[in-house]
Design a protein around this ligand. Structure first.
Ligand SMILES: Cc1cc2nc3c(=O)[nH]c(=O)nc-3n(C[C@H](O)[C@H](O)[C@H](O)COP(=O)(O)O)c2cc1C
Length: 170
């Protein structure tokens, strides 16, 4: 499978470690994985102008780093969202990207999706999990899995192995 991973963290730390473990497992199983560090990109929030659905024929009127991720989003067989929890949701950067793909509607090829979340505390994942499940329902993409890590689980061998094994089994 062609897998596109979108990492919403603005830094290279806990979420990046989860993404790295995912990539190792998926590549070991023969999948082609590309990671996009959305948290470090400049992607503005959607203006809601509907240009994409009127004159734009699927193109967004805003010209920014969304263009770097759209081809992968369109072409991937599997999509992975990875993010730290910021105030009970994923980061503003990845939320902006998710909302901006409104311009193309549903991904064209993806059959599966997964969610990787990192936080400091337990019990903070509900909103992002609900969003992910709603996204999968809307796009008719199979939920392949949700893996969360909080506190000391972050970057622990046990958690990173869990992610590697999950990705190997895809
Ligand atoms: C702005 C901000 C908001 C955060 N909000 C939460 C939160 O609501 N709940 C929580 O458990 N951790 C919260 N955290 C902690 C991060 O989720 C946690 O440190 C995570 O592992 C960071 O991932 P990263 O290393 O990939 O950036 C927050 C951190 C920041 C910087």
């Amino acid at each position: 499978m062609k897998i596109a991973v979108f990492n919403g963290s603005p830094r290279k730390a806990n979420t990046a470690a989860m993404v790295q473990a995912f990539c190792e497992g998926a590549q070991a199983a023969g999948h082609e994985v590309e990671t996009y560090h959305v948290g470090k990109m400049k992607i503005e929030g959607c203006h809601g102008c509907e240009y994409c659905h009127t004159k734009g024929e699927g193109k967004c009127v805003l010209k920014d780093d969304l263009e770097k991720i759209l081809p992968a989003y369109k072409e991937a067989d599997m999509i992975v969202f990875a993010s730290p929890i910021y105030y009970f949701t994923m980061t503003a950067q990845i939320e902006a990207a998710i909302q901006r793909v409104y311009c193309i509607g549903k991904p064209l090829k993806a059959q599966k999706a997964a969610l990787l979340l990192s936080s400091a505390s337990p019990g903070v994942f509900d909103a992002s999990v609900a969003q992910f499940k709603a996204y999968c329902g809307f796009t008719k993409i199979e939920e392949a899995g949700i893996i969360t890590a909080y506190g000391d689980e972050n970057q622990s061998d046990e958690k990173l192995n869990e992610i590697r094994e999950f990705a190997k089994a895809l």
